[in-house]
Unconditional design. Structure first.
Length: 363
């Protein structure tokens, strides 16, 4: 193990003992916010320290096995123990390196999910609906809440565009790699010749911005227009100017919300989406700068890039970023995204470890 990693782990072990002592004090709950902060830190550090203690234990076992080599009767047994011990140490060290990788500060946030129909006309809109159902079912499996912010239904079904907020612990960490172009290959319901058509949608996953700390919206840079909502909605919704359009003048970003009867609620929702879009743009600009020095396989957030193909006739889904093909399209479209999400996260961690190794070599 590298001395820098060993030093960091020893510091975390000391810090965990300190946290144990502080959290056991009777007065610790006097300041609830401070107590929650300490509890979160304790929960983050504990698994790493447990793994480090397992590493130290395996290291001690390996040392004991090496001492047994001097005994001719135990030599064969000792050699087997040494091989097994070295393999165990390598696995634990790799896991410890992953645990020590910088955490994405947005991982635990709620998200705004935007799905837009692209090339393919009505079939693209239908696929937008299928994608939204897939993410909604995945949210249901994780016991997350889904709120539709804005939608533009297609005449034949599906959506030309739909924006939803997904509320749940770790939503961004699991879905942040979904941003990009999604392509579908299938025979549309309207196709009489049985020909396979190809169409596409774009997906954007944005962490919910903290209005206070992350994005400051200057009222002087906003143009807010109200108008009468269109589409179905009963007697009230079409008789008042409840719909809201917010334009961010410096960037030209426009957000419309009209799903609620209340103009105030629509305005609040529109401002939340606007803040998330601005934050997302800032994140993508930052990622683009990082990619200029080292190209990243995952996480660029380039929405023009085709990231995944859904081939219904062959029953397969292929993620082009990691060359992963799964023949379980029905399960995935029903919200079983766990294998895809895990593979993307594993590849991302491998990229981070490779980048970390390059930085240390350069140093």
């Amino acid at each position: 193990m590298k001395p820098s990693i060993a030093k960091k782990l020893a510091q975390l072990s000391t810090r965990l003992k300190e946290l144990d002592r502080i959290l056991s004090c009777e007065t610790v709950t006097a300041d609830l916010e401070h107590y929650r902060r300490l509890s979160r830190e304790h929960a983050e550090i504990s698994p790493v320290v447990t793994l480090y203690e397992e590493y130290l234990g395996s290291e001690a076992d390996l040392a004991a096995a090496q001492e047994m080599l001097a005994d001719a009767q135990l030599k064969e047994y000792a050699e087997a123990e040494i091989r097994e011990g070295r393999g165990r140490l390598e696995r634990i060290e790799l896991e410890l390196q992953k645990q020590l990788l910088p955490k994405d500060p947005n991982d635990e946030r709620n998200i705004f999910l935007e799905i837009r129909a692209g090339t393919g006309g009505d079939e693209s809109a239908l696929f937008s609906g299928d994608l939204f159902r897939m993410y909604a079912r995945f949210a249901e499996r994780n016991r997350w809440q889904v709120e539709i912010i804005s939608q533009s239904p297609s005449e034949l079904g599906g959506y030309k565009e739909i924006i939803a907020k997904i509320i749940g612990h770790g939503a961004y960490s699991k879905l942040k790699f979904e941003s990009g172009g999604h392509r579908v290959q299938r025979v549309p319901a309207t196709e009489t010749q049985g020909r396979i058509h190809t169409s596409a949608c774009t997906v954007a996953v944005m962490p919910e911005a903290d209005a206070v700390a992350d994005v400051v919206l200057n009222p002087a840079e906003l143009r807010i227009d109200t108008f009468r909502a269109s589409g179905a909605g009963g007697q009230h919704i079409n008789k008042t100017d409840s719909a809201v359009r917010v334009t961010h003048l410096p960037t030209g970003i426009v957000v419309e919300c009209q799903d609620d009867r209340s103009q105030h609620k629509n305005k609040a929702q529109a401002l939340s989406v606007l803040a998330a879009r601005i934050k997302d743009r800032q994140l993508r600009e930052q990622q683009a700068k990082q990619a200029a020095t080292r190209k990243s396989l995952i996480g660029s957030g380039d929405r023009s890039e085709r990231i995944r193909t859904y081939n219904f006739p062959q029953g397969r889904i292929t993620d082009h970023r990691i060359n992963l093909t799964l023949y379980k399209i029905n399960d995935i479209m029903d919200g079983d995204l766990y294998e895809l999400c895990s593979a993307l996260m594993a590849e991302h961690q491998a990229e981070q470890l490779a980048a970390l190794g390059e930085e240390r070599s350069a140093a």
